[in-house]
Design a protein around this ligand. Structure first.
Ligand SMILES: [Cu+2]
Length: 329
């Protein structure tokens, strides 16, 4: 529905066309939550008023140019008129009506978007780090990174925080941009309306690797979400690669948590179920053997300024660490 109303706009939005292609899950002209659908509806309303005004103003201009142009050998000025109450009232009242037509739904939406979440909303703490996102589900006891799973059709209340600089969480099709400010908790509440995988990006400059600070939102069916939570809740302790497990405990545990193996540490992403994620390093690398090796052997080579240090590992140690991490499903 929304897409079919948007389609006729596309030829006009040439610039947008260059940047977007179908399947781009950061396309702001596609909405998949109650929140983004409301925003898009207001955007469309403003867009069509703008089109109408453009046609009106340009049409009037062309009419006046044709109607009042000098004809033949005319040399005298036409009759000079000062003031026209009818016209003046029209061009005052009409903009007021248009602005009200935009302002009323906008203000209504602002109040709606600030309303308290319903008691059964899923609560998630979203914490901006340099340069990744931690997602904590207090009631479910789940801690993960860069991949936010939410159930389809249930209200989600994100509590946005930061313990360093200001970040901004933005997944254009699922929720609006909102800042993560140190020392306060901002909230955003939404209900996703279509299952799928959506891209997000930090939208507030936050240092060297700001542009490499991405995340994904997975809108799961309620059954898939329950399965995901159950899996995340289990300890993924794996006996398969003991050498890897030892190294992670000794050399990575000061920054990373692997539940049941290391102490709790939150300088880096929780690795308890790192093997179940599709990407690593805040959405910029696919989670595969080659990329895990590339990342662990030289984090700053992948992300300038990375807060993960280069841990000296020989090739054999690297192999066993990577094999071990891959068993942590
Ligand atoms: Cu950031």
């Amino acid at each position: 529905m929304t897409q079919s109303r948007i389609l006729p706009l596309l030829p006009v939005l040439l610039v947008g066309l260059v940047a977007c292609h179908s399947g781009n899950t950061m396309d702001t002209l596609v909405a998949h939550s109650d929140l983004t659908e409301s925003i898009l509806a207001i955007y469309e309303r403003i867009f069509w008023w703008t089109v109408l005004l453009f046609i009106g103003v340009q049409g009037g201009l062309i009419y006046i140019i044709m109607r009042f142009r000098a004809r033949g050998d005319e040399t005298t000025l036409p009759e000079q008129v000062h003031g026209n109450s009818q016209l003046e009232i029209t061009w005052t009242v009409l903009p007021v009506v248009i602005l009200l037509h935009i302002a009323i739904p906008t203000v209504q939406f602002i109040f709606k978007s600030q309303a308290a979440p319903s008691p059964d909303a899923l609560k998630v703490n979203a914490i901006g780090k340099q340069w990744w996102f931690a997602f904590e589900y207090p009631a479910e006891g789940v801690v993960t990174a860069n991949e936010l799973h939410v159930p389809l059709g249930r209200q989600v209340n994100l509590r946005l925080q930061s313990d360093n600089v200001i970040h901004s969480l933005w997944a254009p099709q699922i929720f609006a941009k909102r800042d993560m400010v140190p020392g306060r908790v901002n909230q955003i509440t939404f209900k996703a309306t279509k299952a799928g995988e959506y891209l997000g990006q930090c939208a507030e400059y936050c240092g060297d690797s700001h542009s490499l600070m991405q995340f994904r939102v997975y809108v799961d069916t309620p059954e898939d979400f329950a399965k995901w939570v159950a899996n995340q809740n289990s300890n993924a302790v794996s006996e398969a690669v003991p050498a890897g497990s030892e190294i992670v405990k000794a050399k990575c545990g000061s920054c990373h948590t692997v539940k049941g193996v290391t102490e709790v540490a939150s300088i880096g992403p929780n690795l308890t179920h790192v093997g179940s994620r599709t990407t690593i390093a805040a959405g910029i690398l696919l989670n595969n053997t080659e990329n895990l090796k590339k990342w662990i052997s030289n984090p700053a080579g992948v992300k300038p300024g990375s807060k993960m240090i280069q841990v000296g590992l020989n090739p054999q140690e690297l192999d066993s660490v990577v094999s071990y991490l891959q068993t942590l499903k």
